[in-house]
Design a protein around this ligand. Structure first.
Ligand SMILES: Cc1cc2nc3c(=O)[nH]c(=O)nc-3n(C[C@H](O)[C@H](O)[C@H](O)COP(=O)(O)O)c2cc1C
Length: 177
């Protein structure tokens, strides 16, 4: 493996969910731009790019999001959040694979954040209880016909975690199940 390949693999293995952030440290717009460029580089069915990203860096809005999300209290210290939304239809065409497309974009957000030395965590929204999606859509003024899939909370990490290693033995099948 070349050095470059090793770094790419290590970035994937070292990505962990980070939930403790330094609330005093800002994330430069240049870094946010790199993360968004990586998000937009994700594969999407028919190359439709159904995703939309709402970047939140106002403390008051991050705090309100934390109050709404039952497992999103770390938003109170995150420097920013990227809310991953999707067009589920475009000009009468159903974006059949929008969840897969947006999940790929989300993974690119988390991986690029890790490569930049930032911490991040995926917060599920779409299947949240008590119309979590609807309540977040109202807060963020997301149009009714747009889905709000998930939130990436991002900031400078105040915790470290061991990298992933090994293959889950129960997940592996060869030639047939
Ligand atoms: C669809 C999805 C929803 C998640 N929702 C939350 C969440 O609401 N709050 C949270 O703290 N972590 C959430 N996570 C992060 C998982 O808890 C985390 O990925 C898992 O525990 C594995 O840890 P790792 O990311 O460090 O490998 C979510 C992850 C996924 C993929």
């Amino acid at each position: 493996m070349t050095q470059l390949n090793r770094e790419a693999i290590d970035n994937i293995l070292s990505r962990r969910s980070i939930r403790r952030f330094d609330p005093s440290k800002h994330v430069d717009d240049a870094l946010v731009k790199v993360i968004l460029e990586c998000a937009c580089a994700a594969p999407s069915a028919n190359n439709y790019h159904p995703w939309h990203f709402v970047v939140i860096d106002k403390r008051q809005i991050l705090d309100s999001m934390a109050d709404l999300h039952p497992y999103g209290k770390m938003l109170k210290t995150a420097a920013l959040a990227i809310v991953v939304c999707a067009e589920t239809e475009r000009e009468g065409k159903v974006m059949r694979y929008w969840e897969e497309d947006c999940s790929a974009a989300m993974q690119n957000i988390l991986l690029s954040a890790n490569a930049l030395g930032l911490g991040s965590v995926w917060l599920g929204v779409k299947r949240g209880d008590n119309d979590l999606e609807g309540r977040l859509k109202s807060l963020l003024n997301v149009p009714a016909d747009i889905a709000l899939m998930a939130i990436a909370a991002i900031g400078w990490p105040l915790e470290t975690k061991d990298p992933h290693k090994g293959i889950d033995p129960h997940s592996l099948h060869r030639n047939k199940w």
